[in-house]
Design a protein around this ligand. Structure first.
Ligand SMILES: Cc1ncc(C[n+]2csc(CCOP(=O)(O)OP(=O)(O)O)c2C)c(N)n1
Length: 514
């Protein structure tokens, strides 16, 4: 057995079942090992950002890591924006990056670069395997690092000779830390401030946004009058009728400040304290008001649900909480498309158990509002604010959950970053319906230009935010990659297209012309 085979056997033994790959020459022994060792599904992405975004989406739904296989520094660099999103989502992820053979590095061949240096800012754990006999152990350590709560990015760099030289066999997964229990003082402090009668918010993220955490938070809110607000961008929110509803903190600074204006106590539950995405002249960076005290009930890596349980007990919260009612809208047939009507149509037709991918940007607020009362679903967002993840982020969950419909709400500018993911969806026969929000512009940046106080925009500035010269042919792009597609310019056409997409068992793209 060579090093590469010992690695693949180790990964499979540790429960890593999918490899999202875009390999090159230095990874050929790993590719051969993936072929010889059973148990790993290999999914090809035609750009590394597709592989890393898909691995992120897979892990958010499977609750365990996928691996990626990337080609030296340049391959890793192409994938890093979505590794960044994964890290911000606390996604467990194992990146395998090939490198030149150890003795070849000194020659400074064209693909040579500082891979560790590139990986470090985007990874929680980085290691270069020293030799073939340590690869299995290093691979097992990478999986354990990735699975350490709340979920981490591990990047393992493999010199080619470590892959092809003789190894001893697979290594077992070392013990993985569990979630640490929350200190009793954190629970008593949260109980004290929630009992105070002063305006309080449970500011929620991570595992708190799955059904058990939401129900506990809803019970605590029912007892104390605290409001529930989630982070603006989340790895995964369990939403829909029958679940405790939660609003997301708005992205625009003024709206976020208004949402938190009267709050005296912000209790962090698996979240980070809210700050503005960017600084703007004359606006604060911190979004909670000056008189507000921040208290941590549970950090993202602690036992969030256990902490909520203990808090609900201490407070004597009722056994049940009010849940979201089912909402169905009858969209105005035949009329021109508005964002709100389109969102209402999606919310009404959304099948039970769907997985929504939200890279809708300026359309997101309408879709979030109109799907709140839809059938139960999960919603996955662009956690790190690096656009170009939507189509890959839809691809991974479709691999992880083949029985569930994936609906990708995808802004057009962001879609172009990793459009190749459509080809992977076609090749793998994945059940993803993409609603392509075709506004032919970087609309959010036009707003930001005004927000940033950069003065009146002239033609040259606006031209950097228009995508209509030439217009993109989304139906043609999708079909060219093997994905069935149709265009919707009216509400009637949108409903017909949604029906086709939802009926299809493979990928489908709706060019929603806004
Ligand atoms: C990796 C990365 N590059 C650039 C940006 C800056 N950026 C933020 S939004 C945006 C344009 C988004 O346009 P689109 O996806 O069409 O959505 P819309 O604003 O039209 O709703 C850009 C370029 C970013 N957030 N991430």
């Amino acid at each position: 057995m060579n090093g590469a085979e010992s690695l693949v056997e180790t990964l499979v033994g540790a429960g890593v079942e999918v490899c999202f790959a875009n390999p090159g020459t230095s990874e050929m022994h790993v590719v051969a090992a993936l072929d010889r060792v059973g148990g790993m599904r290999c999914v090809l992405g035609l750009f590394e950002g597709v592989a890393t975004g898909a691995a992120d989406g897979y892990a958010r739904m499977a609750d365990k890591p996928a691996s990626t296989l990337l080609h030296l520094g340049p391959g890793l660099a192409n994938g890093l924006a979505n590794v960044h999103n994964a890290r911000r989502a606390n996604t467990p992820m194992v990146n395998i990056v090939g490198d030149h053979a150890t003795y070849h590095k000194g020659y400074d061949a064209p693909l040579t670069s500082d891979i560790e240096g590139a990986a470090r800012p985007f990874s929680d754990w980085v290691l270069t395997s020293a030799e073939s006999r340590s690869i299995a152990r290093d691979g097992a350590a990478a999986v354990a690092a990735a699975m350490t709560p709340p979920g981490r990015v591990a990047t393992l760099i493999l010199p080619a000779d470590a892959s092809w030289n003789e190894a001893d066999g697979p290594a077992p997964l070392p013990p993985v830390e569990g979630r640490a229990p929350v200190a009793p003082e954190a629970i008593s402090e949260a109980a004290r401030v929630l009992r105070s009668g002063e305006p309080a918010v449970l500011f929620m993220g991570g595992d708190a946004l799955r059904e058990p955490g939401l129900m506990l938070a809803g019970r605590i809110a029912a007892k104390t009058g605290a409001r529930l607000i989630a982070q603006t961008l989340n790895a995964r929110v369990e939403r829909g009728a029958g679940r405790v509803a939660i609003d997301l903190l708005p992205y625009p600074v003024d709206a976020a400040l208004a949402t938190l204006a009267n709050v005296r106590h912000l209790v962090l539950v698996g979240s980070r304290a809210p700050v503005a995405f960017f600084a703007y002249p004359d606006k604060p960076s911190v979004l909670s008001p000056p008189q507000c005290q921040t208290h941590t009930l549970a950090t993202p890596g602690e036992d969030i649900v256990g902490a909520l349980e203990a808090l609900a007990d201490v407070l004597g919260a009722p056994q049940n909480a009010p849940v979201q009612a089912r909402e169905k809208h009858s969209p105005p047939s035949g009329e021109a498309i508005t964002l709100d009507a389109a969102a209402a149509a999606v919310g009404t037709l959304l099948p039970e158990g769907a997985i929504i991918i939200d890279e809708a940007l300026t359309a997101a607020a309408a879709f979030m509002s109109r799907t709140q009362g839809a059938a139960t679903h999960d919603c996955l967002q662009v956690t790190g604010g690096a656009i170009g993840i939507g189509l890959p982020l839809a691809t991974g969950p479709a691999v992880a959950c083949p029985d569930r419909k994936v609906i990708c709400l995808q802004a057009d500018g962001s879609a172009m970053y990793t459009v190749q993911a459509l080809w992977t969806q076609a090749r793998e026969g994945l059940d993803v319906t993409t609603v392509l929000l075709n506004n032919r512009s970087y609309a959010i940046l036009k707003r930001e230009l005004a927000n940033a106080g950069s003065g009146d925009a002239g033609r040259r500035a606006l031209d950097m935010m228009e995508l209509d010269r030439p217009a993109l042919d989304w139906v043609g792009l999708a079909r060219g990659m093997g994905v069935e597609a149709g265009r919707a310019k009216t509400m009637e056409e949108l409903e017909r297209q949604l029906a086709s997409g939802l009926r299809s068992e493979g990928p489908y793209l709706i060019d929603l012309v806004l």
